[in-house]
Design a protein around this ligand. Structure first.
Ligand code: ZN
Length: 128
């Protein structure tokens, strides 16, 4: 059994969810494209999952719990599960963003506290 699965994203698709495409077990990740002036047509919250929104291109307006603020490429927004959220692309530009959804308080370790290095691992051709 392979230790990886890959999937090619259509970067221009309206919304692509990777949970099923990659059999993710700890997160849902979606790539989203809102055309200029278009809003997500509802406000939503979550039961258990926090969300990290990473704006890749364009500009928009983020709404959380009645507060509205401008977001642009490079901005990252973390929303608590109970945050009531919505997002709209600015009138003059499409908005492309990643949304990473993970269970709040589930992270046990990361980077140096979870990574493992060993000289016994098989190496790629460029590290030989
Ligand atoms: Zn959500």
């Amino acid at each position: 059994m392979s230790n990886f699965k890959s999937f090619h994203l259509d970067l221009t698709a309206g919304r692509t969810e990777l949970h099923d495409a990659l059999n993710l077990t700890g997160a849902e990740v979606s790539l989203n494209n809102l055309p200029a002036g278009v809003s997500i047509p509802f406000v939503h919250a979550h039961t258990n999952n926090e969300e990290l929104y990473i704006v890749l291109s364009g500009e928009g307006v983020f709404f959380v719990d009645g507060e509205e603020f401008v977001v642009k490429a490079g901005d990252c927004v973390r929303v608590d599960p109970k945050g009531q959220r919505c997002l709209k692309a600015a009138d003059g530009t499409a908005l492309r963003y990643l949304c990473i959804q993970t269970r709040k308080d589930s992270l046990q370790g990361y980077t140096m506290t979870d990574g493992v290095m060993s000289e016994e691992f098989v190496k790629p051709s460029w590290l030989k």
